[in-house]
Design a protein around this ligand. Structure first.
Ligand SMILES: C[S@@+](CC[C@H](N)C(=O)[O-])C[C@H]1O[C@@H](n2cnc3c(N)ncnc32)[C@H](O)[C@@H]1O
Length: 168
């Protein structure tokens, strides 16, 4: 037993995410970005990658280590026409526990390195976990856009959500 309170947890980073983004990244992963994106897992966990290459997509879960905390429970996403939404109804990085999650495609896995499609994390972001994204289990055909639907048509919104530059 230790003397830490019950609601205090310590996680160690299990690797590092590498991306071309130093201090500006898209709002969500850009699957067609051809730059190099990779996850370097700490070597001691390499065996844990066994058969991960049988999946096409993974969840990447990471610590948003460069977030400047502001404790706001209601925020206004930059692309959402000043719509105010609760932090938990958003994908904002400025949340009480700054944990990011992205679904990305596996390109190849060599030893302890997972080469992936674009991810919206800064270069050097600490990795917390990797899990397989599994068809039927994870893909929800009746998923919607929630409050986001009110803003505009879905194709246009997808561009905003991903932070893809486009003309109005
Ligand atoms: C809107 S968040 C979404 C993160 C994740 N896809 C999610 O939905 O949980 C993505 C933004 O987080 C910021 N970000 C990326 N890596 C970060 C890091 N290591 N520390 C703080 N902020 C980071 C970037 O500004 C990026 O545009």
């Amino acid at each position: 037993m230790n003397n830490l309170p019950d609601n205090y947890f310590v996680f160690n980073s299990i690797g590092i995410i590498h991306s071309p983004y130093k201090n500006k990244a898209p709002n969500q992963p850009l699957v067609n970005d051809q730059s190099e994106f990779k996850i370097i897992l700490n070597k001691k966990y390499s065996e844990g990658l066994k058969l991960l290459n049988t999946f096409t997509y993974i969840y990447v879960i990471y610590y948003l280590d460069k977030v400047i905390r502001n404790n706001k429970m209601v925020i206004s996403p930059p692309w959402a026409n000043q719509q105010k939404v609760g932090i938990f109804a958003s994908r904002s990085p400025n949340r009480p526990n700054p944990i990011g999650i992205s679904v990305v495609k596996i390109k190849k896995i060599i030893d302890n390195i997972i080469y992936i499609s674009g991810i919206d994390a800064f270069d050097g972001t600490p990795l917390l976990d990797v899990k397989p994204y599994i068809d039927k289990l994870d893909a929800k055909p009746d998923a919607n856009y929630g409050w986001v639907e009110k803003e505009d048509n879905e194709n246009h919104l997808a561009l905003h959500l991903q932070g893809v530059p486009h003309k109005h």
